[in-house]
Design a protein around this ligand. Structure first.
Ligand code: 5GP
Length: 175
């Protein structure tokens, strides 16, 4: 399956996730961590990042969908699946595939903070250039990218391309 141009290759992603995992391991030394993946896009980042976190780690998932067209988020987030675990008093690391406007993650952070975790931080593979970004603190960011629409490594277009092992830019003819 072709998906246009490779923006970030497989090896580059692997190296960066390793660095991020090592950083997380250092930052949370002596603590246990609840890693929360935001479905569906974050499944691949979460699996590969977690392999480099050397701490007692538990996993949970949330599934959200943002209302809007296929390529633009509206900021209205619907929780399709909530956490199974209680997070009060726990260190939570939210894992995302991409932060664009920041609206999805802003909503999730606000919702989860009401449950009084000991801490909550965000790790994302990609941060997209966006002039309209709401201010969200991204503690662990893999790569900053331009405003183009990307697929692969968990990210879809119309539910396809999530399995690509790299981040690619869809070109008009491949849509
Ligand atoms: P935000 O709320 O930060 O604008 O957008 C977050 C969500 O929008 C992401 O979790 C993802 O589902 C979707 N999104 C934003 N930019 C892209 C992109 O370039 N490619 C894909 N596949 N999804 C994107």
């Amino acid at each position: 399956m072709e998906a246009g141009r490779v923006l970030i290759g497989e090896e580059e992603i692997a190296a960066r996730l390793r660095e991020m995992g090592e950083q997380i391991t250092r930052d949370y030394e002596g603590e246990a961590l609840l890693v929360v993946g935001v479905l569906r896009g974050a499944f691949m980042v979460m699996a590969d990042l977690a392999r480099h976190i050397r701490l007692p780690v538990e996993f949970d998932f949330m599934a959200v969908s943002s209302y809007g067209s296929a390529t633009k988020t509206s900021g209205v987030v619907r929780i399709l699946k909530d956490l199974d675990e209680e997070i009060a008093g726990r260190h939570v690391l939210l894992v995302e595939d991409i932060v664009d406007s920041g609206l999805t993650i802003d909503y999730l952070l606000k919702t989860l903070r009401l449950r009084r975790p000991a801490s909550i931080e965000l790790a994302t593979l990609l941060v997209k250039e966006n002039m309209q970004r709401v201010p969200v603190e991204v503690r662990y960011a893999g790569f900053e990218i331009g405003p183009e629409f990307v697929v692969g490594y968990g990210l879809d277009f119309d539910q396809l391309y999530r399995n690509l092992p790299y981040i690619g830019v869809l070109e008009q003819h491949s849509l």
